[in-house]
Design a binder for this molecule. Structure first.
Ligand code: ADP
Length: 558
């Protein structure tokens, strides 16, 4: 029997005895070195990106401890996860699985229901299990970061064969980011599209492999535990397998705890060139987006390019105080024009890249250049044309070829005690719609006395419009405004038919309510699955606004 712990917050409707019974079972499996019980406020430390915490959201828009873990447990292997799941079923302790737990701007490692036990899947389960050059894929455990895999490719002299796709920051996990349907910026930027095969512990404790992974490998030796069996040889080559395609229901959801995932890697294209197009006026957004649509659909734009607002770039380069003596009010048009001029950037800046042998790149760039030249004053740059010490193009040059960086962290420090929240609606690749969405979001940011910082990341037929709401987490007044801002933006956008692709814990319920076609059947269907698969509601209750029966949604919803 372990000592009896009194966490700062117990899981709902779980007694201290039951909680300690749960911990005792876990401790027998994982060892006390892999369990942290949160018993003191001293453990609630915001830390920073490089030193993440697992207790709460370091970018807290509500009270710092509003979403608080009771304990953090790091299983060492699949068998440990199964012991934990069994104990959770017996005691009704909810689990909140994370891989790396940075999840920056969307809630960090914090659980939706305070008192949940955060399962730190990445601490011990962090192996790159396979990099297959011929098939151009890898198989990873939850703790493998983009940075780790890149380092592996470099150290094994594989970069000339394979690239990975990375998001803006290199410290997140490949598995966690993909399960959240995150994006990167090479031609393989849609991470979920590029995954192949997931292994998960189900709420029942059983281990499942999806896609072709559901078929055993005939070379498996009899008596080998399921998790140690080799995968079917096509599991990382064909992600659909046979029958209902269930991978999707394990994304942004609460139906399983992922322990392995396959991911496609991009063959080195044999040549690469990044570029920047500066677009002078804010109103040029409309024309730019209409130019982009046919180019992206026709794959002349081969990757996930971005159109970034001037202030996002300005914030990577300097704190707000560098540009104004009054950081408490949003910058005005004249100030934005001056910043753009001083930085030799446009009010919008388009970062793209070309892939393939030189003649192909040159031909593609001719089309791109000709198309964008229709915008009066648009200017074109390659990295060698930007000699300034800090250049966003030099960072994007790395990102768009799958080299992870940490430079984009700097825009979070636009304000003192810089924290951020993402508001991420989907927009069609259509100039008028994008302009309308930008205008609505910008207007609301200004009403909240905040600057608009944002970017459009351009998918095949839509754009993820990422509004980066930066705030001072020690400024309570500002936090209230930020909370008002995101709630208002969700409503404003829903009225236009725009929904978010991903969100922070604090507004998951509100966003799920906007996906309300035909009397909320989407949410109800998900809750039917949830109750069938997880009758005790032990995995991530409330994730994405999906609540198990055991939690009264009307009482829990925010
Ligand atoms: P990142 O690696 O980008 O920091 P996280 O590890 O915080 O991301 O994961 C983001 C979200 O993805 C989590 O909040 C959780 O909902 C989901 N997730 C991450 N890892 C797992 C996992 N191993 N099993 C199930 N869900 C997971």
């Amino acid at each position: 029997m372990v000592q009896s712990y009194a966490p700062l917050v117990l899981p709902p409707n779980v007694t201290r005895e039951a909680f300690n019974k749960f911990l005792s079972a876990c401790q027998d499996a994982v060892g006390s070195e892999n369990i942290d019980v949160i018993t003191s406020t001293a453990q609630i430390d915001d830390g920073d990106y490089m030193k993440p915490n697992y207790t709460h959201d370091p970018h807290h828009v509500l009270k710092q401890d509003f979403f608080l873990a009771s304990a953090v447990i790091a299983p060492r292997n699949v068998a440990d996860v199964q012991v934990i799941v069994k104990a959770a079923n017996e005691t009704h302790v909810p689990l909140w699985p994370i891989s790396i737990g940075r999840n920056s701007g969307y809630g960090g490692a914090a659980p939706r229901v305070s008192g949940s036990v955060v399962l730190n899947m990445g601490k011990n389960m962090n192996k790159i299990l396979e990099v297959n050059v011929e098939g151009a894929y890898c198989l990873v455990e939850p703790g493998v970061t983009f940075h780790d895999l890149h380092k592996y490719l470099v150290e094994h002299n594989l970069r000339d064969k394979l690239w990975l796709d990375v998001p803006d920051l290199g410290g997140g996990s490949i598995l966690g980011n993909t399960l959240e349907r995150g994006v990167g910026y090479t031609p393989y930027g849609d991470h979920f599209m590029m995954h192949s095969g997931i292994e998960l512990v189900l709420p029942s404790g059983e281990l499942i492999r999806t896609g072709m992974g559901a078929m055993p490998n005939p070379k498996s030796k009899e008596g080998t535990r399921p998790e140690d069996q080799p995968w079917n040889e096509s599991a990382q080559l064909f992600n659909y397998g046979f029958g209902p395609y269930i991978d999707g229901i394990f994304t942004q959801s609460n139906l399983g705890i992922a322990t392995k995932m396959g991911m496609w890697l991009m063959p080195n294209p044999g040549g690469y060139q990044s570029y920047l197009i500066t677009i002078p006026r804010e109103e040029d957004l409309k024309q730019a987006v209409d130019i982009i649509r046919p180019l992206r659909l026709g794959m002349i734009l081969q990757n996930v390019p971005t159109i970034r607002h001037i202030l996002l770039d300005a914030a990577v380069l300097n704190h707000k105080s560098h540009y104004t003596s009054d950081i408490n009010r949003p910058l005005n048009d004249e100030e934005l024009d001056k910043i753009a001029k001083d930085l030799n950037l446009g009010r919008w800046n388009f970062y793209g890249a070309l892939y393939g042998p030189e003649p192909i790149r040159n031909a593609m760039f001719e089309v791109v250049k000709q198309s964008f030249s229709a915008i009066p004053g648009a200017k074109f740059y390659f990295p060698e044309d930007r000699k300034e010490e800090n250049s966003i193009l030099h960072t994007r040059h790395k990102t768009m070829q799958g080299i992870p960086t940490y430079d984009e962290l700097r825009w979070v420090s636009w304000l003192p005690n810089g924290s951020h929240l993402f508001f991420s609606p989907i927009a069609p690749v259509n100039g008028a719609e994008a302009t309308k969405q930008f205008s609505i979001t910008k207007k609301r940011c200004l009403e909240a006395d905040l600057d608009f910082l944002g970017t459009f990341t351009i998918g095949m037929r839509e754009m993820h419009h990422i509004v980066c709401i930066v705030f001072d987490r020690k400024n309570e007044e500002q936090k209230k405004k930020v909370h008002w801002l995101i709630k208002t933006l969700i409503d404003d956008c829903a009225k236009e038919g725009w929904g978010e692709y991903r969100t922070h814990l604090a507004v998951m319920d509100q966003i799920m309510d906007t996906y309300s076609f035909n009397n909320n059947v989407f949410r109800r269907f998900n809750e039917t699955i949830k109750d069938a698969v997880d009758p005790n509601g032990i995995i991530a209750p409330g994730k994405s606004g999906v609540w198990p029966k055991r939690f009264d949604r009307e009482q829990w919803k925010l």
